[in-house]
Design a binder for this molecule. Structure first.
Ligand code: SAM
Length: 269
């Protein structure tokens, strides 16, 4: 008998429209959807008129439930796995299930889509050609500072998930351990109250002062080469643009961008 396929399907991180046409089709066509939280996934399925049977697979039952679902896959049922939001396995369950499937020679197919870390990087204004993703920062202060100490020399942009309740304390730790780096704090990406604060740690901390911080937070921190003592601040870039625009000899637009980019490259890391 032909084995079923395990699809690892990414789902929206807030905005229900952020789902691919292929994800919708796969969720409709498979025999079973395994979900981290069936109630949350039901909202998504209802929005797209999908009535595929649902079962739960979360971090507390992943191993046991995985074995049961592998049996279904071995019998020929196609299964889609979805987590609460974004891409399964990224600070979410899914890894053990995928390992089990691979061990059983079941075909595992990705149906890619949103990841909060990548969405936050996209709007951070920090280099995103290469980056390091650390998932959640430790909630205990000692461990958090220990982790920050260990990444002091990291030159790539760093991405962390953080709880709104810990953000202020975390920013203070970042400032004390890594210095006053450039950061971007993205909140509620793709949702109504989406917001990204950019600047040095002290600037962002200042703008958060006395604010009640709510929602889902992703933190992007510049690597060492773009730390403030070496990099160009947004104000400097703005000034450079204005200066370049005044120059009548500098058109078309591409030439202005080239000059400003040269300036940034000469003054970074
Ligand atoms: N699997 C998800 C992904 O692909 O990004 C991540 C799941 S993890 C349990 C949830 C964390 O991701 C949140 O606490 C927050 O740090 C981050 N996150 C999720 N959605 C977000 C959003 N809309 N805006 C900013 N951060 C978000």
């Amino acid at each position: 008998m032909q084995k079923g396929i395990l699809y690892i399907v990414s789902t929206p991180i807030g905005n229900l429209e952020d789902i691919t046409l292929r994800a919708i089709r796969i969720l409709r066509e498979v025999g079973l959807i395994a979900a981290e939280d069936t109630r949350r996934t039901k909202i998504l399925l209802d929005a797209y008129g999908i009535d595929t049977p649902l079962t739960s697979l979360h971090d507390r039952n992943e191993l046991k439930k995985g074995i049961h679902l592998i049996a279904r896959l071995n019998e020929g049922t196609d299964i889609a796995y979805v987590s609460d939001a974004g891409t399964p396995g990224i600070s979410d369950p899914g890894y053990i299930f995928v390992k089990q499937a691979i061990f059983e020679s079941i075909r595992v197919v990705p149906v890619p889509g949103p990841v909060a870390a990548v969405a936050a990087l996209n709007v951070s204004g920090l280099p995103m050609d290469s980056f390091v993703f650390f998932a959640f920062l430790p909630s205990r202060r000692g461990k958090r500072r220990q982790l920050l100490e260990s990444v002091k020399e990291e030159s790539k942009t760093m991405v962390f998930y953080e709880s709104p309740n810990r953000l202020v304390a975390t920013l203070q730790d970042i400032s004390e351990v890594l210095g006053d780096r450039q950061i971007a704090v993205s909140r509620e990406l793709t949702k109504i109250y989406e917001e990204t604060l950019r600047g040095t740690v002290s600037e962002v901390s200042e703008s958060l002062r006395e604010k009640k911080i709510r929602g889902e937070i992703t933190l992007v921190i510049s690597g060492t080469t773009t730390s403030p003592d070496k990099s160009v601040s947004p104000d400097e870039i703005r000034a450079r643009f204005q200066e370049a625009r005044k120059n009548p000899g500098l058109s078309p637009r591409k030439e202005i961008y080239r000059q400003v980019l040269d300036f940034i490259n000469e003054n970074s890391g």
